[in-house]
Design a binder for this molecule. Structure first.
Ligand SMILES: Nc1ncnc2c1ncn2[C@@H]1O[C@H](COP(=O)(O)OP(=O)(O)O)[C@@H](O)[C@H]1O
Ligand SMILES: Nc1ccn([C@@H]2O[C@H](COP(=O)(O)O)[C@@H](O)[C@H]2O)c(=O)n1
Length: 788
């Protein structure tokens, strides 16, 4: 069974693939122009089933290629026949999740960055404006449109991809073909006929009594970028552009869904029941923008646990914000590739966010807002999170008002100093520390002593009315409403206010009837419609809180480059990982410690990389006689290490994949750009395997590109290659992603840049020398002596 949300994504992708295009020239519409940069000169319109998609280019649309995973054969057909100068591949992985239900129409925005190609002669900008695309389609139609829907998402949809392969579980046996050279430190490989993936059984033991990291990655939600993955078979056939063609990389894809019944919290097949087309703009709109942290997040999970809704205006505003953000990113990329900026625009993990991730948590009194926030904060223990209470911004009561406190409505928006709240939030968002007032519920006064709050990666703003004010709402990246039954809230409030806030039961009940309930009905309940996520049962709803935390984690570990290239995966950063990086990058670290910590990091990267393999559903019987539905690992694997440093990663791969075949490649650096292949020894049947290419440092990318080209020449599909790496430079990522966009890159940190010697900065020096003990530097030798 596929996860239902992913199925929805697949179905929508299928729909896009099957749409016929027609070219049509038309002058620019003002609406379209607002979504693009000011250099718009030409507009092309493309008809999709009679509905207009407007393409706006900076200076002519000739030779545009949208880079993505949508199969060339579908779009190739479309483009070749109807848009002969435009070749189109839509962005892969373009949807993080679908939370709509019975949507009636769909509108899309694309931003296309044409600056990507040193390979290509033209560098132009192009944006595709919003368009309304009625979809008179249900999933049965979608499934008929392309019978490959089921099998085309093997990464995202782990089930069924390799069901017919040989049994995976196989004890390590002698090499069947004995063709591994064992060049270098890795030695001869023991190779099994089939590669067994073994669990994280290897004990990783640290020196002294230091904490030893987990052998598995902490769980993380990668569905954001993987969700839209298409199957390997679907990705082939993306012919390289010919001379004179420009490469466009779609850096943003925004899908707004318009529908009368878009709210509903269902994720899954039902989500694609588009029903009858209606005019765009009706009903709720949800923005699905995986590539932008400023877009309201779409949630997932069972309907029982979360309900997801979005607001039309917010969705549109955010899609514009997203577009602007992508344009900024594009400019940075251009500057970087021009060499016009060299500063650290790609700071290392963790959490290289442009701005903090702001979460608003609203709900009625005693609904459990604070409890939910505490749970989120404790689960995000390895991130910097701050909590701001709207209560802190209550106006102090004057002496006169204090006399008539029972006539004062503390549940009205005017009871709060929203100006001060906004200014504090703005400061925090821009990275400045603030002093948040303290409030005393017994005296109804702001207390002198304000609490200092430092900027953080995540800011949670909690309060009964935080979703009521549009300006406050606009600050938020994620809006949550805690929805708890009124009776439960009242009983909790009585208990709390009598115990903690110095009230008696009669006061509480009077205040509740006179102000709390009417204001809830007038201001708080109606603000629920602005929420992205509604949490029934508050703190009791572990599932919803888990989903929220996972989503935030995903956003926090997204590097800027991850937003541009969907095939990059950075392992989720923790302080453990940061600590290991600190050690291996430290020039004073001994060889022993370097190897120890590099091995730990490599193991994490390998484990993460394995998570990108297809796998199949498997049911087993436990010793209690119960049936457990799990998965079966991918069968046909091999490793290929780039000599010498890549050999340091072989042990970790062997530890996870018993008897895995490991080939080797030796590439010689000829000059700054050139690479010569000196030696290769690869499994004979490599073409039928998923390949882990091993090299701990990705610098210029020239060696990796050479190695990958070799693998492809041996028949390995590009999409079957996973490049495992510890530290990557942005230049290497650009080079690799441009040339081989289907190769997955799994790394643990992305560094700032390269220096003039093509060394990664800050980097860690010569990895192989430090790992294999051939570093002749003074520091290192001194370290060696100490560690002997
Ligand atoms: N799930 C729950 N079960 C039992 N008591 C709860 C639960 N959630 C909150 N409470 C209690 O209800 C009161 C109000 O909860 P709180 O999280 O402070 O709500 P809010 O911040 O919305 O006012 C507190 O005393 C808290 O301990
Ligand atoms: N002096 C005050 C200020 C506020 N209240 C009540 O507090 C409620 C908001 O706090 P929650 O933790 O319940 O969200 C609100 O309903 C006000 O009525 C108060 O009683 N006295």
């Amino acid at each position: 069974m596929k996860p239902s949300g992913l199925m929805a994504i697949g179905l929508i992708q299928q729909h896009f693939r099957s749409l016929p295009f027609q070219k049509k020239n038309k002058p620019a519409s003002p609406t379209a122009a607002t979504t693009t940069d000011k250099t718009v000169e030409e507009i092309l319109e493309v008809e999709l089933d009679g509905v207009v998609l407007t393409f706006i280019s900076a200076s002519g649309c000739a030779n545009i290629v949208f880079s993505s995973a949508v199969p060339a054969r579908a779009n190739g057909h479309v483009i070749t026949h109807h848009l002969d100068t435009v070749r189109c591949k839509l962005l892969r992985d373009f949807i993080i999740g679908i939370t709509l239900r019975r949507a009636k129409a769909i509108s899309i925005k694309l931003f296309v960055d044409l600056s990507a190609g040193d390979l290509f002669s033209e560098q132009r900008g192009l944006s595709v404006s919003a368009a309304n695309l009625p979809l008179a389609m249900n999933h049965a139609t979608a499934a008929r449109a392309d019978p490959e829907t089921e099998s085309s998402s093997e990464e995202a949809l782990p089930v069924g991809a390799e069901a017919s392969g040989p049994s995976l579980v196989f004890s390590s046996s002698a090499d069947d073909d004995g063709d591994m050279s064992g060049v270098g430190a890795g030695g001869d490989e023991v190779e099994g006929e089939s590669d067994e993936l073994v669990g994280p059984s290897d004990e990783l033991v640290g020196p002294s009594d230091e904490l030893v990291g987990p052998s598995e990655l902490s769980p993380e939600l990668e569905s954001g970028l993987e969700a839209g993955d298409l199957g390997d078979e679907d990705l082939g056939g993306f012919a390289p552009p010919e001379a004179g063609e420009a490469l466009g990389v779609v850096v943003g894809f925004f899908l707004a869904v318009v529908g009368a019944e878009a709210v509903g919290g269902e994720v899954g097949a039902d989500a694609v029941d588009f029903g009858e087309p209606v005019a765009a703009g009706e009903g709720e709109v949800e923005l699905l923008s995986p590539l932008d942290i400023s877009a309201p997040a779409s949630g997932g999970g069972s309907a029982a646990n979360t309900a997801v809704t979005a607001n039309k205006a917010t969705a549109r505003d955010n899609s514009l914000k997203s577009l602007n953000y992508q344009i900024e990113e594009k400019k940075k990329m251009e500057q970087l590739s021009n060499g016009s900026i060299t500063d650290n625009i790609f700071p290392s993990a963790p959490a290289p966010l442009k701005q903090p991730f702001v979460i608003g948590v609203a709900g009625g009194t005693a609904s459990g807002k604070t409890t939910v926030c505490d749970m989120i904060m404790s689960q995000l223990h390895d991130q910097r999170v701050v909590l701001v209470n709207q209560d802190s911004f209550y106006h102090s009561l004057s002496a006169e008002k204090l006399k008539k406190v029972h006539e004062y409505n503390f549940d009205h928006p005017d009871a709060f100093n929203t100006e001060v709240l906004l200014s504090c939030m703005e400061k925090l968002r821009s990275g400045q520390p603030v002093s948040i007032p303290s409030y005393d519920f017994k005296t109804h006064q702001s207390i002198e002593s304000a609490s200092p709050v430092n900027p953080a990666d995540v800011i949670i703003l909690e309060g009964i009315l935080v979703l009521n004010d549009p300006q406050v709402r606009d600050l938020m990246n994620m809006k949550i409403f805690v929805d708890t039954d009124a009776d439960v809230r009242l009983s909790r409030r009585i208990q709390r206010d009598t115990v903690q806030r110095g009230r008696n039961i009669q006061n509480v009940l009077e205040q509740y009837t006179k102000f709390v309930k009417p204001s809830f009905d007038e201001f708080i309940q109606p603000s629920m419609k602005y929420a992205d996520i509604i949490i029934p049962r508050g703190g009791d709803n572990d599932v919803a809180i888990d989903l929220i935390v996972q989503h935030i984690r995903t956003k926090l570990c997204q590097h800027n480059l991850c937003k541009i290239y969907s095939n990059i995966f950075i392992i989720s950063s923790t302080f453990q990982i940061k600590g290991m990086h600190t050690l291996i990058r430290d020039v004073n670290t001994t060889k022993h410690d370097f190897v120890f910590y590099a091995d730990r990091l490599i193991r994490l990267v390998v484990e993460h990389g394995l998570g990108h393999l297809p796998f199949t559903e498997k049911q087993i019987t436990t010793p209690t006689g119960s049936v457990y539905t799990g998965v079966d690992f991918c069968k046909r694997l091999c490793g290929v290490s780039v000599i010498r440093s890549g050999e340091s990663m072989e042990n970790a791969l062997r530890a996870c994949c018993n008897g895995i075949k490991i080939g080797k490649i030796l590439i010689h650096r000829e000059n700054n750009d050139g690479r010569q292949l000196i030696y290769e020894k690869l499994p004979k049947d490599i073409a039928s395997r998923h390949v882990f290419l091993l090299d701990p440092v990705l610098a210029s990318g020239n060696s990796a590109v050479k190695a990958i080209s070799l693998l492809i020449s041996k028949g390995v599909p590009e999409s079957h290659i996973i490049f495992l790496n510890l530290i990557a430079a942005p230049q290497g990522i650009h080079a690799l992603c441009k040339k081989h966009p289907m190769v997955k890159i799994v790394t643990s940190e992305i560094d700032a840049s390269l220096n003039e010697d093509s060394r990664v900065i800050p980097g860690l020096g010569e990895f192989a020398d430090r790992y294999f003990g051939t570093d002749n530097s003074k520091n290192f030798q001194a370290g060696l002596k100490i560690s002997k």
